[in-house]
Design a protein around this ligand. Sequence first.
Ligand code: MF3
Ligand code: CO
Length: 253
Amino acid sequence: MISIKSDYEISLMKIAGNIVYETIKLVGENIKPGITTYDLDKIAEDYIRGRGAIPSCLGYQGFPASICTSINDEVVHGIPSKKRKLKEGDIIDIDVVACYKGYHADASKTFAVGKISEDKQYLLEYTEKALYIGLDQVKPGNRIGDIGYAIENYAKKHKLGVVRELCGHGIGSSMHESPDIPNFGEKGTGPVLKEGMVIAVEPMLNYGTEKVFMLDNDWTIVTGDRKPSAHFEHTVVVTKDGYEILTGDDRNE
Ligand code: MF3
Ligand code: CO
């Protein structure tokens, strides 16, 4: 069952979404060579709690931190650590979920640390664009497969690998609700989108192979060939004729 949110629920998710947006922005401002991912996690946690919300990842199925910080070949679910210092040339995905008065919002953005290679720049540019290509399909009457098809097709055109083991999801009073939203698929298949549904769309694209595996920490997903991976995510509500981003449209920043 895919839930339709009331106006009141959507208003809470907008607040959660703004907290997530501001958290990612604040963490982004602190990204520089030498800072640890532990420091970034604390900055995020303090900000989220200061806004009267809860970092949803902390303790989720035992996850030990408030945000996910995934560097270079790490696709998602990187664990913040005092031992992990950012270096010039890294890319880092900051994935934040906050819960406000019982409602979650989820977003992520991959940042450059200082000057990065042209390959990494290419990966960031087309992964972020893939998110909006997917979101273009979000409107009442379209189907979940339309989103996945659009992302997969766009990624293929740009010779990027689409991670298949992880996907986007519905979101609301739980962080993960139905439906699953794969970043691949067939047009005209899957559940139909309806006004009031809230979904998180999150392409994870790899510079090389689409294959991934999990590290021994039982969380972090890395690319099979250890080439870099990027991840961009927004939580959006389906509106009468399209969608509205709840986690802040930062395309012109
Ligand atoms: N944004 C991630 C997701 O949609 C959040 C994972 S939280 C964690 O799956 F606790 F699993 F890290
Ligand atoms: Co998500």
